[in-house]
Each structure stands twice: as C-alpha cells, then as structure tokens.
Design a protein around this ligand. Sequence first.
Ligand code: FE
Length: 347
Amino acid sequence: MRRAALPCATLLATLAMAGGAHADDEQVLNLYSARHYQTDQALYDNFTKATGIKINRVDADDAGLLARLKSEGAASPADVILLVDAARLWRAEVDGLFQPVKSATLEQRIPAQLRGKDDGKGPQWFGFSTRARVIVYNKASVSKGDVSTYESLANPKNKGKVCTRSGSHPYNLSLFGSLLEHMGPAQTEAWLKGVVDNMARDPKGGDTDQIKAVASGECAIGLTNTYYLARMMRSGKPEDRSAVERVGVVFPNQQSWGTHVNIAGGAVARHARHREAAVKFLEYLASDSAQGYFANGNNEYAVVKGLKINNPALDAMGNFKSEVIPISVVGMNTARVQQLLDKVGYR
Ligand code: FE
C-alpha cells in the first residue's frame, strides 16, 4: 500500500517543520519516512507517548526522499530518515546524507552485519527489521521443485509463467544486485534475459499484485517480500485469505547461498537540528515494543536477538537460511544491474 505524496501536503509539512525548529528544540522530531505501512502510526504514537517528543512526518518513496534531501542540502529540516531498502541506505551514506551515531544501546541491540560500517565515530545507519524476497507459485499448476531457486525463474520449462513488478524497483534491484555477486555479470545477464523470456506479462504492479495474479492463474510464478504474504494470510478479507491459500511459498536457494534478505533501516540526517531526539528515536526502534510493532504490525522479522515474537503467519512460513552478503556490495552492484536490465529489455 503506497501513500500518495501530495505536493501541497508536503510543502505544508515542510513549513510546519521549519517552524518547529524555532520552538521548543528537543520536543520535536522531523521524520522523513519511506515506510509505507499503515500500522506504523501506532509505532510513532507510542514514541510520542513515552517521550513527549512530537513527530512531524514526511512520507515519500526511497528515491523521492533521497532526491529531496539532496536538494534541501544544509537547510533540510530532516532529523531522522527511514528507508526500506539496503541499496538505498548504502547510496544515502555514500552521498553524505547521514551522520555517524555512537550509541551503546544500538550497538548492543542491532547485530553488527545490520549496521553501517563503523570507522570509529559509529555507524551511519542501522537496520531495524528484515524481509525475505521469496518465490510464490500457483499450487495447481506448478510443482515446488520447479521453483526452488532464483535461477529456476529463467529455466525454459517455466516459459510463459513468470510475473514480477518492475525490474528497477528497489526490491528487485537489490535482489538482482545480490545475484550479480553470487553468479557474476555474464550469468546474471543471461539469467535476466531468461526471466524476461519467461514472463507471462510485462512487469507491472506491486508485490501484492503479483501474489493475486499467481492466485488467479494469470501468472503461475512470482516474487514477493514476505510481509505482503503474511499480510494477506492475516487479512480480515476472506478473498485475501482464499487467494493466498492457492499460493505456495518457496524460500529460494536453501541448498546454496540462501534466500535474499533486505532490510528497513534508519539514520540521523546529516544536518539534524534535533540530534538528541533523533538518537532517542533510533534507540526506541530497537526496543522490544517497537520490534514487536515491526513483527506484528507489519509482519517483518525483528532484528534484536532472543526476542520472543509470535506472528502466526511468519511462523507458518517457517525458518529459512538467508544469504550472507555485505549490504554495501548489493548497493554497489545496483548501478551495474540497471545497465543489464536496459540491455535485456527488463522494464
Ligand atoms: Fe514494501
């Protein structure tokens, strides 16, 4: 579910934020968020209730937020930036949009591989939740063994069956960036070409649209993040639950490098005026209660180790082996991936 970014509302929010900076300095937090999940409101309200710090929020997609931060420069009112893709977090760090944060709480709660690189001053970003990118298939027309790996999406036996959202959407760019690392450029190009050759239709829609198209039989095979599946499994709408019942889920590459996992994370903005509140907010996102919101509200995987979370949909999908690959590598590879997509005509 993507919220429309209304230019007028955005402008008003900016004005409100500029005003906030003059007023009571540490009681306001200006949040730029690419998280597009309705359940997050409770996550933010809980922080305000606990700290008295009011949150002014600007919503846009990852690319929109990064473009905006760049154009605002040192005048940006942003204190905290939340992004929902590893490659975007990496890009923002490289572009100098974040600042390092030293926090014993974050160091203790967030696993080292889910934090930005620490060159002594602290990491520039932290992952607060993860999501796996899995293969879904129509149980009536595809057997699980035919889709057990990402490689299988390009297998000629799956011709005319595969549906995906746009190849250059961040979720796919990051997946393909990881495949580039595992398979190398020549094999990745051949693979992308194979996926395009296997498509049942031109890329369109979001992840939920792929799940529904697989359920209806318009497509037989698709790609989705796990939380979209869990959301449908737990939906109050009977048609969502019956659709997802027709769909099988595969955590790909369990016999090789493991399933691709992406992160949603946050950082303190380079020019944050409310730095103390910003760090407090990041520490809050690592708290048990906030981790519970990620896992139960939006069906993501919590990152804090040893936390007991019961999410029936995530539990039903089961445990899996995830790939081990530095996020910076995925980020660096995405530029190359875009060239390959253009070359093979993957829109
Ligand atoms: Fe999403």
